[in-house]
Design a protein around this ligand. Structure first.
Ligand code: ASP
Length: 348
């Protein structure tokens, strides 16, 4: 890792979440932190000697309220400032961080600069906060360059405590631990210790550098159906008949398996024939769909359900939003769901 000869120019986009909380010295209650006074509140940032600008959501939001409108707002800030900054740090609540990271990875086509998303489990204004360290490390990663002077990270990534993860491979794993995120099917992009040790083999590199192209049209006519033993025909048919639905992430057992009952097969086949795109994603945190390993998986593949391989549910649902947002036909959406667009799945 090298540092550029001129001062790195980094834009912080603060959306909300726990990281932005600080104790009011008079009332002792936690209040959203004013990022216009970032350096006063986190004086260590001065030691980095970067040019840092910031933009904040007004008002900052808890990430449980995140929606496609907020993804558009973040993407708009990145596009508007893309040429003026070397990298972007997005401060975000942890609850839906993996969805935002996945969505941005699809929306920001041809991305070749770092978009590092971070947050914290404890407010930045608390004594034992993990927020200060996460923010500083995220800034350092956003400023890091490789031996050619190009940005070390050229994708959307999540920095949390000891690791940097690919955004569209990440999942929130813990509501309590400082190491709250993990990518169960892809190695870490960097390990944070005394230094920041990048795993250069795992980092995303564009084939040919093209101008950033942002897709703003995320179509949310999609849903997740999680299989459980004992699922009835009535419930499944009701879910599949949800008005306006175009795509479904079907969370299946093990390596992509589902009940073998005739009614199940018929209900799924009829939905596919009505033009609904169904993507098979495993409920397991590690590993993926191997559609033809068992007869129970064979049946799904035969009804026209697409294999999601080892994609996360967060990446699957946001990839569908992105593909339908492009106005593609169901057949084209199925085709793109079978390909890895920006490193979101491993094709077995
Ligand atoms: N509920 C908070 C949020 O996601 C939790 C956090 O920030 O970690 O915004």
């Amino acid at each position: 890792m090298t540092t550029p000869s001129r001062k790195p120019h980094i834009l912080i986009i603060y959306t909300g979440g726990t990281i932005g909380m600080i104790e009011n010295p008079d009332t002792h209650s936690l209040e959203p932190f004013d990022f216009t006074h970032l350096i006063d509140n986190v004086p260590k940032i001065k030691m980095l000697d970067y040019n840092i600008d910031n933009i904040q959501f007004n008002p900052p939001i808890d990430s449980s309220d995140m929606s496609q409108k907020h993804w558009v707002e973040i993407a708009r800030h990145i596009e508007d400032n893309f040429d003026r900054f070397d990298g972007f740090v997005v401060l975000h609540g942890t609850d839906t961080m993996a969805y935002t990271a996945s969505a941005l990875s699809f929306m920001l086509e041809n991305l070749h600069k770092p978009v590092i998303i971070t947050g914290s489990q404890l407010p930045i204004g608390e004594v034992r906060t993990d927020g200060e360290e996460n923010l500083i490390t995220a800034l350092q990663i956003a400023a890091a360059t490789d031996a050619n002077g190009d940005p070390m990270v050229q994708e959307v990534a999540i920095l949390f405590e000891d690791y940097l993860w690919r955004g569209n491979r990440s999942t929130k794993m813990s509501a309590d631990n400082f190491n709250a995120f993990k990518s169960n099917n892809y190695p870490s992009l960097a390990k944070i210790g005394l230094g920041i040790h990048f795993n250069e083999e795992a980092l995303w590199r564009v084939q040919a550098k093209r101008p950033l192209n942002v897709q703003y049209g995320m179509d949310t006519s999609v849903m997740v159906i999680d299989l459980v033993p004992g699922l009835t025909e009535a419930i499944l048919r009701h879910q599949l008949a949800t008005p306006g639905i175009k795509g479904i992430v079907l969370k299946t057992f093990g390596s992509g398996n589902a009940p073998t009952a005739d009614w199940f097969r018929s209900a799924i086949r009829e939905a596919v024939e009505r033009g609904i795109v169904i993507l098979n994603v495993t409920q397991c945190v590690n590993g993926g769909v191997h559609a033809r390993r068992y007869a129970t998986g064979n049946m799904l593949a035969d009804t026209g359900v697409v294999s999601g391989h080892d994609i996360t549910c967060e990446a699957a649902i946001t990839k569908m939003m992105y593909l339908f947002g492009l106005g593609l036909s169901a057949q084209d959406v199925r085709c793109y769901l079978s390909c890895s667009l920006c490193g979101e799945m491993t094709l077995s």
